[in-house]
Design a binder for this molecule. Structure first.
Ligand code: ZN
Length: 367
């Protein structure tokens, strides 16, 4: 009996390598937008929130908001909100999380707020010790940090953050992951061509939230770094979707999601314009948590007490993913699976190093 695990260990390493020998992916771009609900991703704008009473939309802004985002069918509405996600990822990749179609995607940590969510998908497991959004150094190793130490990845892993707690979640002091976060200066910051210009501009305006600057800085920095450095593992996180929801501004929440979709398109097209990345890059787009339903106290918020805020979504596009589009009636996706899935696209077995991590999602790989 005691020999069995050892035999399995010897068997599983060559099997993992053989399964992944045919992978085309050389690079992964992971993009997240904080607290964007699956309801908007799959149904588009929600009619009951496009008003003053529930959505906090100024009366004068309602007609233009409807003009931009309203359509009769959920398919048309979501294509208006996220044309890249639906035109490209929906057509050539896979999307999990449409509960209307029998596809569930869920947070495992039960807390349904940001630090536990980021930690869960970056480390591959939920950690009960994480109970706060305070910038405490994460005790857990994350998949970016681990990949950075694998052959061929040194100096090719980076992150551009919106939320100023991400350096702690990624445990910058230990992991040494090169990163940049607008509004925070650090001697170890990632270098990229537009850095000085963007830092100066960010300092010339009011930072709109206590721990976060505008997403436009994140995008501009990500675009500049991607084109110059051709990273193999690149994490870009946006935050305004969550901020405007908390502020009960459904119009700005939708506008933020629309911007994020445009930025994802630009980053994807940039990657495809780089010979080292064209046809060899996989894109993963997801979120850290969901939010409550239509009630103004609920859709604006999330957390342990708001059950629906544990519902999320997950999208993939790349050369190793069967183009099944919007997934229907399939096995539930769990946020914890993100880390091992990301590593597997690169032919790396994250669970060999972090056994408590959940398994990769098998269906996003060709057999
Ligand atoms: Zn939040």
């Amino acid at each position: 009996m005691r020999l069995l695990p050892i035999i399995l260990l010897f068997l599983s390493a060559p099997l993992f390598a053989a399964e992944n020998a045919a992978l085309k992916t050389r690079n992964v771009i992971l993009i997240t937008t904080d607290g964007l609900r699956w309801q908007e991703v799959f149904r588009g704008a929600e009619e009951q929130l496009m008003n003053k009473a529930n959505g906090g939309v100024p009366e004068a802004a309602v007609p233009a908001l409807r003009e931009q985002f309203w359509a009769d069918s959920p398919e048309d509405r979501r294509a208006r909100l996220m044309p890249f996600v639906w035109g490209e990822m929906g057509a050539h990749g896979q999307l999990f999380g449409n509960r209307d179609a029998g596809s569930e995607a869920g947070v495992t940590n039960g807390k349904n707020f940001s630090y536990p969510g980021y930690s869960e998908f970056l480390t591959g497991h939920a950690d009960e010790r994480i109970k706060t959004n305070k910038p405490l150094p994460n005790p857990n190793i994350n998949v970016l940090e681990w990949l950075q130490g694998r052959p061929g990845f040194a100096g090719k892993v980076a992150a551009i953050n919106s939320w100023q707690v991400l350096p702690a979640i990624l445990n910058r002091d230990r992991s040494q992951i090169p990163m940049w976060t607008p509004g925070v200066k650090d001697a170890r910051d990632l270098d990229f061509p537009r850095k000085a210009e963007l830092e100066a501009l960010a300092a010339e305006m009011i930072q709109p939230w206590p721990d976060e600057h505008y997403d436009a800085f994140v995008f501009a920095a990500a675009q500049s770094y991607l084109a110059a450095a051709k990273p193999r593992v690149f994490y870009v996180n946006f935050g305004e979707t969550d901020e405007w929801a908390h502020a009960q501004r459904y119009d700005r929440y939708l506008a933020s999601a629309r911007y994020v979709d445009r930025w994802i398109r630009t980053l994807w097209e940039t990657a495809q314009s780089i010979p080292e990345m064209r046809g060899t890059t996989t894109l993963i787009v997801t979120t850290d948590h969901g939010r409550g339903s239509v009630d103004p106290q609920l859709w604006t918020s999330h957390g342990e007490k708001i059950r629906e805020s544990g519902e999320m979504w997950f999208a993939v596009l790349g050369p190793d993913t069967p183009p099944l589009g919007e997934r229907k009636k399939c096995a539930p996706f769990q946020q914890v699976q993100t880390a091992a899935t990301l590593a597997r696209f690169l032919g790396e077995d994250y669970r060999a190093a972090v056994p408590e991590a959940a398994e990769a999602v098998a269906e996003v790989f060709f057999k």
